[in-house]
Design a protein around this ligand. Structure first.
Ligand code: GCB
Length: 643
């Protein structure tokens, strides 16, 4: 079979790694941010010639000028797949095109530098401004940006064009395969269990910086005690480095609690007396406390050149062979695996949904989730930092089957970009290098030794994990990590209907992982598909009763394991129902959520809530919500006394 897209993905996928400033654009006295979100023009090319757009230079004109018809309206940010009524668009494999126009005020020509930044485009993309190629990026769920100062027309209308390719192949992250059907249509095949949504799925921003600007900031809490904390910082500046860098740590009452001026190295330490440490939700009455780390560049005349305000939390993560600690206190993690997923918008960032999800996370009493199976939007991460929700930050490597050198290189790039993006976040407590790679395959050992080594080169302040699903006896890759994670679907993909075996199986397996690797152990996935509103008694698979019972059998195992001293976390799969590829094992998607896709609770959510709050009470003496148990009966001592 000839696969034209293998060639054009090769063109489009020539990744130019993003350089410099990796943090989210924020406005300040020296910076402006303008959103390019809204309705863009959208074209799905005639698949008989996927090259058409490149051959005819569609990026040189407006799509509406190029095309006689077929230009659709597409919201940004959103996945494009479920917006239209056409299954061909939903299941399209290959390139799609977006464009829109925008105005640049005349005075911006004097402002310094203008940048264009995409929160993510899935999977690969090329971007043109006024017909000139300004950047290419490969791997979804990660931001990229480029300076576009020289490509803009000032005081005039400008145009941005994006070609986006969703093709997954053996050396993309994640892996996939494409087949040509008898009908001539291309079909994307992948083994991971979520819909391969695509498009400009996160915000697009134009922003300005001065010519001399703060390029990158790294902060690291190196000491977090009750009466003192020490923050190490490292700042890089691009442009005229003959500026003074003033650094201040400002508390929520706007008091400067520490500062320093360092002309030479832009590196230093800040000491804070009686700090407000960053504590997780439920562990402290004021969780998620963040200071503002303010960086100012000052020129010889004392004028402000550039300024950036970064929220920072003071906290230290540490770990031993049996435990994970924050600020010296042992953690017990109780949370979820999740997805960025909702009807219509797919993986598109949707702020009402984001806040609803956090309200549910808090309601249910979870203190953590894993960004299964890819990095989540920065807006979502910001709220976790702010609310004190801990995050296991996963890169987009899921179900890796073939351990190619070319894949390893990209896997490392995905981790570099992820760590660059999230290195300063207090909520991120661990890096997950992959979900369910085929680690029974011998080549996986060397592959993951390199992957974990790469993470350690970039950040040693957080532990690492690989979320394993192969038989513990066959796995070697978890030798390299700090915390062992495993997924297992007892009572669902094995022994379905036999819930009486679950507790023992879970205890046995968790113990085996610990015995083999001598590391703390977490169960990262367990659960069963549950059709909302389906009630069957006695419990039967797919019913809400079965999910409740399946959870209970795991809870019993977790309690025994907690007592054993090495078991540090339980994560139900999944927070909410989500869309998958079409298969006879999925009725409209994966239904293992304790919430529906519409974010309403199943019976399992109420059940889980009682456990998570009880754990929070037991470990951190959290105050239980008053509505945890609905009113049933009061003791009437007077009646008994009278008898
Ligand atoms: C898994 C995967 C997850 C799936 C889940 C399931 O092991 O990690 O992506 O969705 O099983 O429900 O099958």
């Amino acid at each position: 079979m000839s696969l034209p897209f293998v060639i054009y993905t090769a063109i489009i996928l020539k990744a130019t790694s993003t350089e410099g400033e990796s943090y989210i654009p924020r406005e300040s006295e020296t910076r402006q941010v303008v959103s390019l979100d809204g309705i863009w023009n959208f074209v799905v090319p005639n698949t008989s010639n996927p090259f058409l757009g490149f051959e005819y230079h569609w990026y040189k004109k407006e799509l509406k000028e190029v095309m006689k018809s077929g230009v659709l309206s597409m919201p940004v940010p959103s996945s494009y797949n479920d917006i239209t009524t056409d299954w061909r668009i939903r299941d399209h494999v290959g390139l799609v095109w977006y464009d829109r126009t925008f105005f640049i005020p005349k005075y911006w020509s004097e402002i310094g530098r203008i940048w264009l930044r995409f929160g993510s485009v899935s999977y690969a993309s090329q971007v043109w401004v006024n017909g000139q190629l300004v950047m290419s990026h490969e791997i979804g769920h990660l931001p990229f940006h480029s300076e576009i100062t020289q490509y803009l027309k000032y005081g005039k209308e400008n145009r941005v064009t994006v070609a986006c390719d969703n093709t997954l192949l053996a050396d993309t992250i994640p892996q996939g395969r494409v087949e040509e059907l008898e009908s001539g249509r291309l079909n994307q095949i992948y083994s991971f269990d979520f819909f391969n949504y695509a498009g400009i799925d996160r915000p697009v921003k134009l922003y300005t910086t001065p010519k001399t600007y703060i390029d990158d900031i790294s902060v690291l809490t190196i000491e977090a005690q009750r009466n003192s904390a020490v923050l190490e910082y490292n700042i890089t500046v691009i442009g005229d480095t003959n500026v003074t860098c003033r650094v201040s740590l400002i508390d929520k009452n706007k008091n400067v609690v520490a500062n320093s001026v360092d002309v030479e190295t832009f590196y230093g330490l800040l000491q804070v007396e009686n700090p407000n440490l960053w504590w997780p939700y439920l562990m402290h009455p004021e969780p998620g406390y963040q200071y503002t780390f303010q960086v100012e560049l000052i020129d010889d005349y004392g004028d402000l050149v550039d300024k950036y305000n970064l929220p920072v939390g003071l906290r230290v993560i540490s770990w031993t062979n049996t435990s994970l600690l924050i600020n010296g206190y042992p953690l017990y993690l109780h949370g979820f695996g999740r997805h960025e997923d909702a009807d219509i918008r797919g993986k598109g960032l949707d702020l009402p949904l984001v806040i609803r999800d956090y309200n549910l996370i808090k309601w249910v009493g979870a203190n953590v989730y894993r960004t299964s199976h890819y990095p989540y939007a920065e807006e979502i991460m910001d709220i976790a930092d702010d609310m004190g929700i801990m995050i296991i930050d996963e890169c987009p490597s899921v179900n890796t089957e073939f351990f190619l050198d070319s894949l390893l290189a990209k896997h490392k790039v995905s981790l570099t970009e992820l760590i660059k993006r999230d290195k300063n976040r207090p909520g991120v407590i661990m890096w997950s290098a992959a979900n369910e790679p085929r680690t029974h395959v011998p080549q996986s050992k060397e592959y993951f030794r390199k992957v974990i080594g790469h993470i350690k080169n970039l950040d040693q302040s957080r532990p690492t994990t690989i979320v394993e699903a192969q038989n513990v006896n066959a796995v070697e890759s978890s030798r390299f990590v700090d915390i062992v994670s495993f997924n297992r679907y007892n009572g669902w993909y094995g022994n379905e209907g036999n819930l009486d075996i679950v507790t023992d199986y879970v205890i046995r397996e968790a113990t085996a992982w610990h015995d083999k690797f001598k590391k703390p152990v977490m169960m990262q996935e367990y659960g069963g598909d549950t059709l909302e509103g389906m009630h069957l008694m006695p419990d039967f698979i797919w019913s809400e009763e079965y999910q409740v019972e399946l959870l209970s059998k795991h809870f019993a195992a977790f309690d025994k394991l907690r007592a054993s001293g090495f078991f540090i976390g339980e994560f139900i799969w999944n927070f909410a129902d989500f869309k998958t590829a079409q298969t006879y094992t999925r009725v409209g998607g994966n239904k293992k959520g304790i919430f529906t896709r519409n974010r309403q609770p199943k019976a399992g959510a109420h059940h889980l809530r009682k456990r998570y709050w009880s754990l929070a009470k037991e470990y951190y003496n959290a105050t239980m919500p008053l509505d945890l148990h609905s009113y049933v009966i009061s003791k009437l001592p007077t009646i008994k006394d009278e008898l």
